[in-house]
Design a protein around this ligand. Structure first.
Ligand SMILES: [Cu+2]
Length: 288
């Protein structure tokens, strides 16, 4: 009995611990189905587009086609229907099976374009974050605050400290800190090869292209830690350049900015967007 009690207690402690961590951290759950829980109006609209429109259309089409196949297989097989009809044309039927798919496509296209334009850019950015993809880490520049820029590397597997809420393959040494309830313009580029800046809970997935500046934006609803990963096969350490974003209140963000100015003063990414030679050499040495 004592043994059972022990297991029940430790199991519930584990679940409570985990759900507490999950409430603050946005990570995929084991066996999860469906989209990530939205943390921005962007992702809310993407999820609604998928759940409330596309899912219904797909479901109806699948049921209809399956029923049609079963009906044909039963009613018109060689045994049940030994002398088949020789009909070749049916104007009404042909008009219907042309017009109906066109209508379905229009029904999908209109909200889809609306959503695309909404995700594209914000007319009133309150701050700008520039993201640069490198092999194999990310660089972040807070363009409204001079001197706040840094590189962000994954925490190596053997140094992950779970008691601090760090996660294997997801936590970074320098998480990006962003304020909630703010229109944040995000500029995305790369310095070497193609990368892609992806944060599922924000509904962002944008290519980072060398020599080109892509743009998107977010407005984060609630504080928490959000994770993302590079989503363009960019080389041997493609899977080891995660994105960790801590969303905090505006006040906390202002405080962080002041601290960050001191903290990153020496390691800031130089103006021309290139990293310093020492860092470059260090990363090459790490790659060997
Ligand atoms: Cu990459």
């Amino acid at each position: 009995m004592k043994k059972i009690n022990f297991w029940v207690l430790s199991l519930s402690a584990f679940i409570m611990n985990n759900s507490f961590a999950l409430a603050q951290q946005d990570v995929a759950k084991p066996m999860q189905l469906g989209l990530r829980e939205p943390a921005t109006p962007q992702m809310e609209r993407i999820a609604a587009f998928h759940d409330d429109l596309l899912m219904w259309i797909i479901t109806v089409i699948v049921i209809f086609v399956t029923a049609l196949l079963i009906w044909v297989a039963i009613k018109y097989n060689a045994k049940a229907n030994p002398t088949p009809s020789k009909t070749t044309h049916n104007v009404l039927l042909e008009v219907i099976w042309t017009v109906v798919p066109v209508v379905i496509l229009i029904v999908v296209a209109v909200p889809s374009f609306k959503l695309l334009y909404y995700l594209d850019r914000t007319e009133e950015p309150e701050m700008t974050l520039k993201v640069t993809g490198y092999q194999w880490y990310w660089g972040y520049e807070y363009q409204d605050t001079e001197g706040v820029s840094f590189l962000s590397y994954m925490i190596p597997e053997d140094e992950v400290d779970e008691s601090k809420g760090q996660r294997r393959l997801l936590s970074t040494d320098n998480p990006v800190v962003l304020p909630i309830d703010t229109n944040i313009q995000i500029l995305i580029t790369a310095a070497d090869v193609l990368h892609a800046f992806t944060v599922p809970a924000f509904g962002i997935k944008k290519d980072a292209v060398p020599g080109r500046m892509n743009e998107t934006w977010v407005r984060i609803d609630k504080p928490g830690t959000y994770f993302g990963q590079c989503s363009e096969i960019c080389g041997k350490d493609h899977s080891y350049m995660p994105i960790e974003i801590k969303a905090v209140t505006k006040d906390e963000f202002e405080k962080w900015l002041v601290e960050a100015k001191d903290k990153f003063a020496e390691n800031a990414i130089p103006e021309n967007g290139q990293q310093s030679n020492t860092l470059q050499l260090a990363s090459y040495a790490g790659a060997q």
